[in-house]
Each structure stands twice: as C-alpha cells, then as structure tokens.
Design a protein around this ligand. Structure first.
Ligand SMILES: NC(=O)c1ccc[n+]([C@@H]2O[C@H](COP(=O)([O-])OP(=O)(O)OC[C@H]3O[C@@H](n4cnc5c(N)ncnc54)[C@H](OP(=O)(O)O)[C@@H]3O)[C@@H](O)[C@H]2O)c1
Length: 313
C-alpha cells in the first residue's frame, strides 16, 4: 500500500459523469480545491464512442481524471439490461483509460463497485477477495465490466507506469440519486415509496425482499471527499474500499427512512422479490490506514437526501 502525495493544485481535472450522483458530488467537493475543472456533456461526447473520446482527449488533455461515468442501476436494471450493462461499462472504461494514457494524463481514478466481490466472499469484504469465487448472478455483467476496468488500470500501471488507481465504493445515496420506480437503488426506492405513501395516506408500504439482507450505505458527499483524499495521497495497484464499515438490515433501514420521511403506517415485505447478496459490508481498514473515515451519520444523510428529493419533486 503506497502513500504518495500528489498535487492537485493548478491541475486540469476531468470529472467523467459530472451530471451523475457521484460526479456531481465530486464537482461540489472539487470546488473547494484550486483546480481547473473540466466536464463535457454526454450529447457532445458519448463515452461509449471511442472516436469521440479519443478526439476530445487529444484536444482537452486533462491532467487528472475521476472516472465516475457508468451505466448504473438497481437489481432489476442490472438483471434485465444485462447486455447494456456489460457493453456500456466495458466501453466507457476502455475508451477513457486508453485515452488518458495516450494523452499523458498524470493520474486517473477508476470507480468500481462492491459488486465485484464474489457472492460468498468472507464478510467484511476485503480488497484481496476479488476474483476468488463466483459473482452474484443478478449483476454479473456489471461486475465483470467493472473488474475489466480495474484490471485495465492495473495493467497500464504495470506496463506503462501509469498512476491509475481503483476504488470500490459501497452502496451510495444522496442528492442526485435515481428515483425511477423500478430501476433505482434501495435507498432512493424507499425514500420515494415512503414519501408517496405518506402523501397518499396509505396504511402500508411493501418493501421488496425479506428485509433480512444486511447492507452498508455511504452518503455521496462523503464518497467524493474520500475520492479526493485518495487522489491526493494514494498510488498503488491495490484496490481501496470506500464505505462506512457498518451495515444494517434492510428492515431496520426501512424504519429509519420511514421515520425521516414521516410515514407512520405499516411496513410489509414482498418475499417473492429477490434479496440479492445476503450481506454486503466492506472492510474499510485499508482506507482507515490511509487516513480517511466517513463522517455523515445514516440519519443525517437520509435527511439530506430526502430534502434533495423534495426539492426536485
Ligand atoms: N450509486 C451507487 O450506489 C454506486 C455504488 C458503487 C459504485 N458506484 C459507481 O460510481 C460511479 C457513479 O455512479 P452514480 O451513482 O453517480 O451513477 P449515475 O448517477 O447514474 O451517473 C452516471 C453518470 O455517467 C454518465 N454516463 C453513463 N453512460 C455514459 C456515456 N455513454 N457517455 C457519457 N456519460 C455517460 C451519465 O450521464 P447522463 O447523466 O448524461 O446520463 C451520468 O452522469 C459509477 O462508476 C458506479 O459504478 C455507484
């Protein structure tokens, strides 16, 4: 594990995916740094289009890259749009990493996901458990694409000496989340469902699955802060998990969200819906040794996420 100070000051910094939940949080966080921020709209440069990406990089030559663009979604999206999840995510990673290399980027951070770890890997999930067993089938295409991105960053470091690093965030939530009724992640889905139930005066809300799986949730502005911290301090082929190190059952979490939203009815569970991985908690000891830990409590984070949701409905 390598501590390597890297100066961000004065650099041109490209946030790929700046309109997304994480990308927008990175833009908010980078506003506190003395950097020249670079972004480009997807309508101008589709990151799946190799020629467009190569042209734009040759013209722009960003020195630092946060690769936060990806096709992202919850369990249903991952399981039904399997071709799109593998194609888009491999294409985005391949195009951006190769373009960064060709244009002499000084540093790149690739954002993976905790889905890359085997379904039955020992918990909490350590970085070295990647590729030690079969993946959760529902999001295998997404995970394989993310593993390809990680391996690319590693290979470019090994062959060309590129300062490319990879981080594995846990489940994220916060302003800018996707509230699509069927394609969202669990936090956004619960905020929306409890809010709509409160407004409609519904007597019960049904949560998908048994409620027993355990999950870890990180507020997205904490995630952005961790990324900037690692960009400035870390250089190694080894992955770094980014999470809180604490998990909670979906049932307990649903009660937290219901309380913050102000929904007072019953909470039931639809056990015909898939649960996904039984437990997903990251081992964050490497991150802690690198000098970072999450500071936003689950209650504060959900409250801020709900406020952001209300301001957009
Ligand atoms: N959300 C989570 O819980 C979570 C957990 C672990 C890891 N991550 C990782 O964190 C990163 C960001 O996730 P997020 O939650 O911020 O996702 P998001 O809100 O869906 O944002 C993704 C961004 O990528 C952009 N994008 C997708 N395909 C593109 C393309 N072909 N060309 C150009 N831009 C494209 C989107 O652009 P448009 O806005 O124009 O569509 C959007 O700005 C991803 O790498 C994801 O795998 C997220």
């Amino acid at each position: 594990m390598a501590n390597a100070p890297f100066e961000l000051k004065g650099k041109s910094v490209y946030v790929a995916g700046h309109r997304g939940m994480v990308g927008a949080a990175l833009v908010r966080r980078l506003a506190r740094e003395d950097v020249h921020l670079v972004t480009v709209d997807r309508r101008e440069v589709d990151l799946c289009n190799q020629a467009a990406v190569f042209d734009w990089f040759a013209k722009t030559r960003p020195q630092v890259i946060f690769l936060a663009a990806a096709k992202v979604g919850g369990i249903v999206a991952n399981d039904t749009l399997r071709a799109e999840f593998i194609y888009d995510n491999i294409a985005i990673a391949a195009n951006v990493i190769q373009a960064a290399h060709q244009n002499g980027a000084e540093k790149l951070m690739f954002l993976g996901s905790s889905c890359i770890y085997p379904k039955l890997a020992p918990q909490p999930l350590r970085e070295d458990s990647v590729l030690t067993g079969p993946l959760e089938p529902t999001n295998e295409p997404y995970a394989i694409a993310k593993i390809a991105g990680i391996k690319m960053a590693e290979a470019y470091r090994s062959q060309y000496g590129s300062d490319f690093i990879s981080v594995m965030p846990t489940n994220l939530y916060g302003p800018g989340d996707n509230y699509h009724p069927e394609l969202s992640h669990v936090v956004a889905a619960l905020i929306r469902r409890f809010h709509e139930a409160k407004v409609a005066g519904a007597k019960s809300v049904i949560v998908w699955g048994t409620g027993t799986p355990r999950r870890e949730f990180l507020y997205v502005d904490d995630m952005a802060d961790a990324c900037v911290h690692l960009m400035k301090t870390y250089s190694s082929a080894e992955l770094v998990n980014i999470g809180t190190g604490e998990d909670i059952t979906i049932a307990e979490f649903a009660r937290v969200v219901a309380a913050i939203v102000g929904y007072g009815g019953e909470i039931g569970f639809d056990t015909s819906r898939p649960d996904g991985t039984p437990r997903k908690l990251l081992d964050v000891s490497r991150l802690a040794k690198l000098g970072w830990r999450a500071t936003t409590s689950l209650e504060d984070g959900v409250r801020r996420a709900y406020e952001a949701y209300l301001s957009h409905t």
